[in-house]
Design a protein around this ligand. Structure first.
Ligand SMILES: [Zn+2]
Length: 450
């Protein structure tokens, strides 16, 4: 017996020593370049875009250099003083390229430093061979853009240059033509309802009357099930643009009171945000029931809102805590790294099994924020809960520029972690694969991965 015990002890000591030996990570020279090369040549899943397809762009007035300023860069133009009427003139009225530049130039000169503008400059350098955006380059850049879009440019940039295997588009406007596209669907006609007109338009659209609260819930179910058939892989909630992310549990009777006020009102009835809230909150819970039933994840816009004037307090991700409790079977993903609520996001992802991080858009808000929080998240939360790339762009050029920055940030963070001995080289490579591809493939149920 004694011999048996000492044999066990000596065996465990030798196993323990061996496992200790294998954990000593020796840095093999050249690891920085190997990590960068792996990331640079990786296929990726792009979890969030608002891309305008060539077919849509053909019909717009901005198939020129101003396309590149869409959405992200013009936040900087607005913040530096550009007026709404100028934006309208740029994007919705027939305006020549040189007239557009005259409008933009003073504001570009104030905001050229922003990350979204750096992304734009990286993109035009690589893709169109143009090094600066100014009065002498906008005409030739615009001509090159027009020419590029007449060919296979859209797919070439996304598939060949970015190596995007799947792309999740916000809305199904781009159409079924692109077989690697999947969709995020919004349910705003139900979640932000505050007019009778909204309900009546739904009834007209669906050719089915909406008289009762139950009819109204049914109308959302019909659209939800239709979206599933069209390739919806995630529900997207952008309520934080218009209201608080605090959704309270409301009784059916209280929701019905608001519904009745709307349905019995005049055609032009609009009720206040406060009065509409019980019905909107009720509909959120109904939507989560559908998500639960169909096993579809739910994405929330959290943090900074695009497009100027808004209330940041409305988008604090901790306001969603009761939903995470109430729906443990629904997987939630919080978009945009919750900028600037990165620390709050850490705690939510640690506290709830069903809460995940999506870093889409963060690189064009601030690569330093993305770097700082990716660094922290790799210490504080399971790597399996981080999705590290989504462009959140309107055009493929900016998706390309965004991906360059994302890959640089991810490489820098992982190299640093290997340098300090926090991760081994093989662990860093494994994490790169997880956060750029595998996690999104699993979370959005795009394909089976090991
Ligand atoms: Zn977006």
């Amino acid at each position: 017996m004694k011999l048996y015990i000492s044999l066990i002890i000596s065996l465990s000591v030798s196993v323990f020593c061996r496992s200790q030996d294998t954990k000593v990570s020796v840095l093999t020279p050249g690891y920085e370049q190997r990590i960068r090369d792996f990331i640079d040549t990786s296929e990726v899943i792009d979890t969030h875009e608002h891309l305008l397809s060539p077919e849509i762009l053909e019909r717009t007035t901005f198939l020129d250099f101003s396309l590149l300023l869409e959405q992200n860069s013009y936040d900087g133009l607005i913040a530096s003083g550009m007026s709404e009427s100028m934006i309208r003139k740029l994007y919705f009225e027939p305006t020549t390229v040189s007239e557009k530049w005259k409008i933009i130039e003073p504001y570009w000169n104030k905001s050229f430093n922003t990350a979204s503008n750096r992304i734009l400059l990286l993109a035009i350098k690589d893709l169109y061979g143009i090094n600066e955006l100014n009065g002498s380059t906008v005409e030739s850049l615009s001509a090159k853009i027009k020419k590029a879009y007449s060919g296979e440019w859209f797919n070439h940039v996304l598939k060949d240059l970015c190596r995007i295997d799947y792309l999740i588009e916000d809305g199904d406007n781009v159409g079924a033509k692109y077989d690697y596209f999947r969709y995020a669907k919004r349910f705003s006609p139900w979640l932000s309802v505050n007019t009778k007109f909204r309900i009546d338009s739904l009834a007209v659209m669906q050719v089915e009357p909406i008289y009762t609260l139950e009819d109204y819930v049914k109308s959302m179910r019909i659209v939800f099930e239709d979206a599933l058939e069209k390739g919806m892989v995630v529900v997207k909630v952008n309520a934080a643009y218009k209201r608080t992310l605090s959704f309270e549990k409301v009784t059916t009777e209280n929701a019905r009171k608001v519904f009745r006020t709307l349905i019995n009102g005049n055609e032009d009835l609009v009720i206040s945000a406060k009065d509409a809230k019980p019905l909107q909150d009720y509909m959120m819970f109904q939507l989560l029931e559908l998500a639960k039933q169909h096993k579809i994840p739910v994405a929330f816009h959290t943090g900074i809102q695009a497009g100027g004037v808004n209330i940041i307090g409305n988008s604090d991700p901790t306001l969603l805590t009761n939903l995470f409790y109430e729906y443990p079977d629904v997987n939630f993903v919080l978009f945009h790294g919750s900028y600037p609520f990165g620390g709050e996001l850490t705690t939510l992802v640690r506290n709830f099994q069903n809460v995940y991080i999506d870093m889409n858009w963060t690189y064009s808000i601030s690569p330093t924020y993305a770097r700082r929080y990716l660094n922290e998240w790799l210490e504080a939360v399971p790597a399996s809960k981080i999705m590290a790339f989504g462009g959140d762009q309107r055009c493929v050029e900016n998706t390309y520029g965004n991906l360059l920055i994302a890959k640089q940030v991810i490489s820098d963070v992982l190299i640093e972690k290997v340098k300090t001995g926090y991760l081994s080289e093989s662990e860093a490579i494994k994490i790169a694969r997880m956060i750029l591809y595998d996690n999104a493939a699993k979370f959005y149920n795009l394909k089976q991965v090991e």
